[in-house]
Design a protein around this ligand. Structure first.
Ligand code: ADE
Ligand code: ZN
Length: 336
């Protein structure tokens, strides 16, 4: 199963580039930029990654991002992620970034975006990728509007707009105005909803923000009518099993609802969220959920096909990738 999953062509649709900062690179960048870290060794870092919930992770995640300062740093981060993704069979990635995490520290948004884009250009065509600009929902909507304005000169490099950070108490409807402006500027809306927050946040992500995909969305399971709607309207959910386990959303992966959503006809995808913090990249997420829920090879193929369908790729590229999946499956007959 492992070799089959790693080679299976797929896309990745829920990956925070800041969440790919491995401890090793964090130390290297800290040295390069003269930034002090609260850790003395990789072992100390790993010991700190025992998270009680989303907020306890975010506190460390935003602190670690302080080592990223120059265009070269952002390029190195993106290059390292894209190389790892290629090893996991990823042909296309739609990558979240959090400009406010950097602009709040005085880093220019152009520095961030130019760094990412140079690495993305270098990695193509082995892997294609786009950027999704996320608003931090623990900050006010006015700050989101300011972020969009700062990003305007760079919008040709940005495909979508997203919403992330602490969910509880920060419902999607607070961000109606920045989303309206972002969509007017041509960005495709997605949003984190129903990770720790209630199913109602998923409804407002759809109805108020116009989200075309819901990131996580696991709490939809509490609302059977919503599950039916997600299936009927083919709204993709970008799920992240190892993230849910490490942030105590489903500490026992055997209780994760991913397969129940699949059986209900929802367009579920598997992704890695913040792999440097949660113990695995996208292939590891496929394998972990397969083991926990006793998923079959056919389920893995379904998830890979869903990842293509749920992407924002043009229809002709989607068709090419679906053909690639078919050819891969044909050339890897199941051993009985
Ligand atoms: N930012 C990075 N990872 C996140 C997650 N899992 N939920 C919300 N915001 C995030
Ligand atoms: Zn996320």
């Amino acid at each position: 199963m492992e070799r089959f999953v790693r080679g299976l062509p797929k896309t990745e649709l829920h990956i925070h580039i800041e969440g790919t900062l491995e401890a090793r690179m964090m130390f290297d960048l800290a040295r390069r930029n003269g930034v002090a870290l609260p850790y003395g060794s990789v072992e100390e870092v790993e010991a700190a990654y025992a998270f009680a919930d989303l907020q306890s992770f975010l506190d460390i995640y935003y602190q670690s991002a302080a080592v990223l300062r120059t265009e070269e740093d952002f390029a190195d981060l993106m290059s390292a992620y894209l190389a790892r993704a290629v090893d996991d069979g990823v042909r296309h990635a739609e990558v979240f970034f959090d400009p406010q995490t950097h602009t709040e520290r005085g880093v220019d948004i152009g520095t961030v975006i130019r760094g990412f884009v140079s690495a993305q250009d270098d990695a193509a065509p082995d892997i294609t990728s786009t950027l999704i600009l996320c608003f931090l929902r623990h900050l006010p909507a006015e700050a989101a509007v300011d972020t969009l304005e700062a990003a305007r000169p760079h919008l040709r490099h940005i495909q979508g707009v997203g919403l992330d950070s602490g969910e509880k108490g920060n419902p999607p409807e607070l961000f109606a105005e920045p989303y309206r402006l972002a969509v007017e500027a041509g960005l495709i809306p997605v949003a984190h909803a129903g990770e720790e927050g209630p199913a109602g946040y998923i409804r407002s992500a759809l109805d108020v923000l116009g989200a075309r995909r819901v990131d996580h969305g696991v709490r939809a399971w509490d609302d059977p009518e919503l599950v039916e709607r997600l299936a009927r309207e083919r709204v993709p959910l970008t799920m992240c099993p190892l993230s849910n386990q490490r942030l105590q959303v489903f500490p026992d992966l055997g209780l994760h609802p991913l397969k129940r959503f699949m059986d209900a006809g929802v367009l579920v995808t598997v992704n890695s969220d913040d792999p440097a913090y949660f113990g695995g990249y996208v292939g590891d997420n496929y394998l972990a959920i397969a083991e926990a829920l006793e998923l079959t090879r056919a389920d893995m193929v379904r998830l890979a096909r869903n990842s293509v369908e749920a992407s924002f790729l043009p229809e002709d590229r989607k068709a090419t990738l679906q053909d690639e999946i078919s050819a891969y499956v044909r050339s890897h007959p199941a051993s009985l």
